[in-house]
Design a binder for this molecule. Sequence first.
Ligand code: HEC
Ligand code: HEC
Length: 445
Amino acid sequence: MLPEQQDILWTFLAITFTVFALYVFVNVVKHCREREDVNTTLWGGVFGAFLVVMFLETSAMFDMTQGEQLGYFFSKMGLTIFLLLLTWGIFFKSEKIENQSPPIIRGFFWWTVISVLLAGYTNWLPQQRSDPPPKASAIVGDITMEEYAEMGRIIIFGAKQVAGQKAIGKGQCPLCHTFAAGDNIGRCPNLFGIDERGATRVKEDKYMNEPVKVGETEPASGIVKGAPDQIPDEYRREGAGGHDSMTSEDYIRESMMCPTCYVVKGFGGPGDKKSPMPVISKPPVSLSPIEVNAVIAWLQSRETPGDYSRITVPLPSDQPIEEASAEEAPIFVTGAEPIDQMINTLGCPLCHTIPGIEGAVGELGPKLHEKINAPQRIKDPRYKGKATNTKEYVRESILDPSAFLVFNETAGELYPDGLMPQGFKNQISVEALDKIVDFISQTEG
Ligand code: HEC
Ligand code: HEC
């Protein structure tokens, strides 16, 4: 394994000191050859042993994180280097080799040379490598469970909140879900109490058999249902087993990675065959394994403030974590972005199928075929809005979704009021609204 860029400093020093040990070994053997009265085997053996130890210590450092390397270098390696210099001095003294600068001076000289080399090398490094400079906000290694759950909260609700705007982060969950007890907007389950509910859901008959059976692969996500031991390694819970040992953690993770593995009653269209929830680990939401687990940590701990003992996800250990969205600004589109980027940023594709936008196959709201639909809506006897043409209708639908509720043919009832977020007017500039309205007014099947 090659060291990461950030680990290069200590690895580099360790390697140069191994080269130094080699130099000392050669130097000692040379002196032994020149002088017949010296015990070559003894001194050769001693300094050969130093060389081997240095080599082993250096290769041990390759598998460490930078923090561990630092400690290791100054304790174990530092001691070896010190003993090497000391023994070298003893060798010169006991064998009465004169005209030698003391080992400590040589060691110091060596240190200076490699420091200069290293400074030059690290200056040259970033220009040679094309990867971006490491993010200042990256947390490496140890964070506490409290911080991890907070990271999950930010993924769900965003870091900064603006008055009058629905709090929403990159996970997009609040577009559809509610989280407070008793707060139900319709088409998506309230996630209050999910940690307890998850553990019992996996034991239901319905879980065993619908819409796919435990042990079968769910096609849309490619996940084997009820088999935490078969999900990709990066997501896996430590000690994950099969269906018998499933915990609520496994259920929540499966709900995110394979929404159709289990469809909550009444939320998946006729017969509850297919979940309208997007696969969270795939585009457009694309949460990483660390982010998925952070969301689970928050869901597991939110009902017991200050008590994190219910959390069962493993803390991320040695991978660098990009602090999800501490810097993330509230969602806003200016109108300068390309049209598909504007629509994706606002999250419309999570609920709508939109012709012309790649991956926009959401099913919670009507298909946006507005070139045809809008004129029909305006003629509908139920229509009480102010629009007189397609563009006005689309604009009104975005700024005031409750102005008219579309009839859902498959469900045989109106789409629920309040499911389409009311707050888009705060997230969008006049220019962006014009462009989105123009685009959506042209869409057809
Ligand atoms: C586009 C709307 C939408 C988004 C965005 C969404 N969900 Fe869902 N989610 C649903 C729907 C609809 C269901 C119910 C159908 C089902 O069981 O899959 C559901 C079900 C769930 C369940 C199972 C609930 C239960 O009672 O068993 C969990 C857990 C869940 N979602 C978590 C999340 C999390 C976490 C996020 C954000 C990372 C998220 N969802 C984003 C629509 C959404
Ligand atoms: C959480 C799900 C959700 C999101 C996100 C969402 N919508 Fe909707 N949308 C709905 C639902 C449900 C309806 C139907 C009920 C209604 O009219 O309020 C609807 C209706 C509409 C209509 C009227 C459709 C018709 O045929 O009459 C338009 C236009 C529309 N949405 C555009 C958008 C745009 C643009 C965005 C993104 C800025 C967006 N929606 C985001 C759920 C959503």
